[in-house]
Design a protein around this ligand. Sequence first.
Ligand SMILES: NC(=O)c1ccc[n+]([C@@H]2O[C@H](COP(=O)([O-])OP(=O)(O)OC[C@H]3O[C@@H](n4cnc5c(N)ncnc54)[C@H](OP(=O)(O)O)[C@@H]3O)[C@@H](O)[C@H]2O)c1
Length: 249
Amino acid sequence: MQIVIIGSGNVSYHIAKAFTLKSIPLAQIFGRNERELSKISEELNIPYSTEHLKEADLYIICVSDNSVEEVSKSITKKGCLVAHTSGSLPKEALSGEYRKASFYPLQTFSKSKDLEYEKIPFFVEAENEGDRKILIGLASQISEKVMESSHEKRKYIHLTAVFACNFVNHLFSRAKEISDSQDIPFDYFLPLIDETVQKIYEIEPKQAQTGPAVRNDVRILQLHEQLLKDESLEIYKTMNHSIQEMYEL
Ligand SMILES: NC(=O)c1ccc[n+]([C@@H]2O[C@H](COP(=O)([O-])OP(=O)(O)OC[C@H]3O[C@@H](n4cnc5c(N)ncnc54)[C@H](OP(=O)(O)O)[C@@H]3O)[C@@H](O)[C@H]2O)c1
């Protein structure tokens, strides 16, 4: 099967690398960013182009959600299989006379960070049983956890991921702003962060909650508010409100 990956960002790079490590040949990596394409091409030994999209049986579109529809129109081969990697877009966001699908990896991808691909859950949706089998078979070569998922369910999987990953990471950024402002090395907090994550392997997040809000330590909450301003103060108040609402305090 001839496979082409479209895009040269984080997901394109990691999907191309995962396939390459499992000796799944890629016919081309295609996109608009020559610098990034050439880097991926050189590292993984895959031909690339910014101009001529190769004829293929399967195209995997890994571009920003806003551009999926526009980019999908550049695939003119009729009857082929085209999948996007978005968590929230329906497969119908793809626009062309081909079979449409979704191939969503539930992980946070950054080019500079290696990943254990076999642990990444993949969620697949397709128009028919044959295409589902193709995509599940492909994903199963790189991951041990491949599932079928409707768009209805996938939207909520992505939304959960935004809370569990993107928001948590943003809080790390805000936390680092505070520690940097006082010349406190952020390294000090890494064991705490590790333990916070490790704990939820064993106990429910709701049972794992600690801190002044769940203890309703009003004086500490007021003290912290005096140390903060602007966005971080708003986040602090919103998070405490959310914690206290959950525990009915
Ligand atoms: N990152 C994650 O953790 C993650 C996880 C699961 C799923 N996803 C999904 O995977 C997809 C790609 O995400 P990503 O994180 O890889 O994004 P990214 O790193 O920001 O890369 C986006 C890619 O899209 C290209 N692009 C954007 N607009 C384009 C256009 N109009 N024409 C051609 N190329 C265009 C960009 O090219 P330029 O470099 O030229 O801008 C770049 O190669 C998205 O649907 C996202 O929701 C992401």
